[in-house]
Ligand binder design. Structure first.
Ligand code: AHG
Ligand code: MN
Ligand code: MN
Length: 335
């Protein structure tokens, strides 16, 4: 008898013992996990499965779609549309919201996802992932669902997580009761709990930022990185190390595992855009996970989870990770 705790058992206990989630949300999370398993299999096949390369189309944000962006999007929609737990979905890869077809029952949840995060890493066999966020359909919004129903601040999320497809496939989840990590056991075909109550150390000597954008940054970000680069000889009095994977899932996974600070700040390349990353299905779920693990997440000025979205695909500046470092970068913006 194995004493492994499966994701299913963890969710049943969150529902029954901790009273943290209703049955419908448990079903939703089971289905998302099953979809991630399917995406993981497609990712693993690589060139053998014909899943590499571009699809020859663009998404609403003008980004060239990779075959896997589209495959992952379809896997998530097909898995989630018939279960009766959802009212609608929204995705990085779809211009507007996706309503559950009339032939299926409608549930009370809204699911948002970045089906495939780190697209530039697919063809070079570097870690990629899926990010998801769950909201409740607002009370009194009637039978239909509109885009405005999705425009809720991140603090309203009822579940959030990601699945990273790397050397291991790991699903990381919060329902507001701390952060738990589940590793995919391919022989059993199930996710197994491998870490609970994840905590990010408050201090770190590791930062993650795309340094090639340095000349475009704003002063507070320049100041922070410059002080890190001065190492032992500078005001920080310690040497820093740098990592940049170019998959937010992989960078955040490292930070949840051993600490660090991740930044994709606003920069002068496109001054009218608040940043590169998307608020609703990248920054919000990651910010909640990080906060649930004792870290912090801001846009330089305010807590990301407090931002009231005005558009589904809105972008945001992101600074997240070890609390003391995020507080420092934020204080440089406010001073
Ligand atoms: P996506 O593949 O979903 O468009 O997201 C990519 C994001 C994020 O995962 C990563 O941190 C960042 O883009 C990398 O951007 P650069 O290539 O500018 O470094
Ligand atoms: Mn992404
Ligand atoms: Mn993506």
């Amino acid at each position: 008898m194995s004493n492994h705790i499966s994701l299913s058992r963890y969710l049943v206990e969150e529902q029954r013992v901790a009273g943290k989630i209703p049955a419908q949300l448990r079903l939703l999370l089971e289905v998302v996990a099953r979809a991630c398993k399917g995406i993981s299999h497609a990712v693993n096949k690589g060139a053998l499965g014909g899943v590499l390369g571009t699809a020859g189309s663009e998404n609403v944000q003008g980004e060239v779609q990779k075959k896997l962006d589209i495959i992952a999007n379809e896997v998530l929609i097909e898995a989630n549309e018939w279960g009766g737990h959802l009212a609608a979905m929204a995705s990085e890869e779809m211009d507007s919201i996706y309503l559950v077809p009339n032939r299926y029952p409608q549930g009370e949840y809204l699911l948002l996802f970045d089906p495939l995060d780190g697209s530039s890493n697919i063809d070079v066999n570097v870690s990629i992932g899926t990010i998801f966020s769950v909201l409740k359909k607002p009370e009194g919004s009637g039978g239909g669902v509109q885009e405005s129903d999705f425009l809720q601040a991140g603090a309203q999320q009822v579940a959030a997580g990601y699945c990273v497809y790397g050397p291991q496939t790991t699903l990381v989840l919060t329902v507001g009761d701390g952060v738990a990590m589940f590793t995919l056991d391919r022989e059993q075909g199930s996710f197994v709990l491998t870490q609970e109550k994840v905590q990010i150390p408050a201090d770190t000597k590791e930062f993650a930022i795309n340094m090639s954008n340095m000349r475009h940054w704003d002063e507070p970000v320049k100041r922070y990185i410059d002080e890190c680069l001065q190492g032992k000889d500078g005001p920080r009095g310690k040497d820093f190390n740098m990592r940049w994977i170019a998959s937010m899932v992989a960078d955040v996974h490292r930070i949840l595992t051993r600490g660090g600070v991740f930044m994709y700040p606003w920069d002068k390349r496109e001054p009218n855009k608040p940043g590169k990353l998307r608020l609703m299905y990248e920054a919000n779920p990651m910010s909640w996970l990080v906060e649930q693990a004792g870290g912090a997440a801001t846009n330089g000025k305010e807590r990301i989870l407090n931002i009231q979205p005005t558009q589904l695909h809105e972008r945001v500046s992101v600074i997240l990770g070890s609390k003391n470092e995020v507080d420092r970068v934020t204080s440089y913006h406010l001073s």
